[in-house]
Design a protein around this ligand. Structure first.
Ligand SMILES: CC(C)(COP(=O)(O)OP(=O)(O)OC[C@H]1O[C@@H](n2cnc3c(N)ncnc32)[C@H](O)[C@@H]1OP(=O)(O)O)[C@@H](O)C(=O)NCCC(=O)NCCS
Length: 281
């Protein structure tokens, strides 16, 4: 059976949405990211055809630090196990090498043995486990008076955010995209207005979304007065019309877990893993 990989085209939209609806019935975001994925000049948004029918898709994205992020890998159930996922990985590994990319990552649910096994087959190894908490945005939630101000200077953002790397086990997560703590990430966060600091309490929180901000704003890190950070995040979410707040954190950060759950966040039933490989040489 011949697998044909090619770049996604505007006319593929409905078919790819159909692929997603069949392969991840409980997770649908392709309609919202379609244009962004299609116009990503440095990345790759591919479809896989079998007998000229689209049966799979996948996205390769260069993150601000130059690492490659694999996402939205989907194959319809009837055509799984035939090598489509492997073809996409091989395509992306070639692309990464041609771009001089040094690190490649993906995430999946802890229960997704196929996705994990596929990543391992291409040398990706476990780099972290994260828990996800979410809470609806409510309009009456901004309890504490807030002294938070936006940090737009990237050097200041780097000074504030980089020291949080160890506590957050190396990754800041937005839209289930795992960003390694790097100065390049801090610059990206600052340039996109996502870093907030309250000098009075020494608190730092990042709030933003890579896509679909109306669906959720993501708390990447919080530090200092947790309650004040969450009040400010809730206020920001409500003001911007986000349906909910999300936060992914390492399970060993028990104080973060406690802060989120006592605030009213509910924790997802299962965790997520991030996997990575280094491509030196
Ligand atoms: C995950 C997914 C993309 C894989 O695509 P696929 O086309 O079925 O995968 P392929 O046939 O190319 O590759 C199968 C490989 O997965 C791995 N694999 C399959 N079953 C496995 C298992 N039970 N345990 C460990 N590894 C397994 C193996 O490496 C296998 O290759 P091999 O048999 O040659 O060693 C597909 O199953 C899918 O769309 N699932 C639903 C959506 C999803 O989970 N996406 C992942 C992102 S969260």
């Amino acid at each position: 059976m011949e697998i044909n990989l090619r770049k996604a085209r505007p006319g593929d939209r409905d078919k790819v949405i159909w692929v997603e609806s069949k392969s991840t019935p409980n997770l649908s975001y392709v309609p919202h990211v379609w244009d962004m994925f299609l116009h990503d000049e440095t990345g790759d948004w591919s479809v896989a055809e079998l007998d000229r029918e689209i049966v799979g898709c996948g996205k390769y994205t260069l993150l601000p630090d130059g690492s490659a992020w694999l996402e939205t890998l989907r194959v319809i159930p009837e055509k799984q196990g035939l090598g489509v996922g492997k073809r996409l990985y091989e395509h992306w590994l070639r692309l990464a090498r041609s771009q001089g990319v040094k690190t490649m990552r993906m995430y999946t649910g802890t229960g997704n043995v196929v996705s994990k096994g596929l990543a391992e087959r291409y040398g990706l190894r476990l780099a972290g486990t994260y828990r996800e908490a979410r809470m609806q945005c409510t309009r009456d939630a901004h309890r504490s008076a807030s002294g938070f101000r936006q940090v737009s200077d990237h050097e200041e953002a780097t000074r504030l955010v980089m020291p949080l790397s160890e506590k957050w086990a190396g990754f800041l997560v937005m839209n289930r995209t795992f960003y390694e703590f790097t100065p390049a990430l801090c610059r990206y966060l600052a340039e996109n207005g996502m870093v907030y600091h309250d000098p009075g309490t020494g608190s730092v929180v990042t709030i933003g979304a890579r896509f679909m901000p109306e669906d959720a704003l993501h708390i990447g890190v919080l530090s200092g007065d947790h309650r004040a950070c969450l009040d400010f995040a809730m206020k920001t979410g409500a003001e911007r019309g986000a349906a909910r707040l999300n936060c992914q954190y390492p399970p060993q950060a028990t104080d973060i877990h406690e802060a989120l759950t006592s605030y009213g966040f509910s924790v997802a039933a299962s965790d997520f893993i991030v996997m990575e490989t280094r491509l030196d040489g």
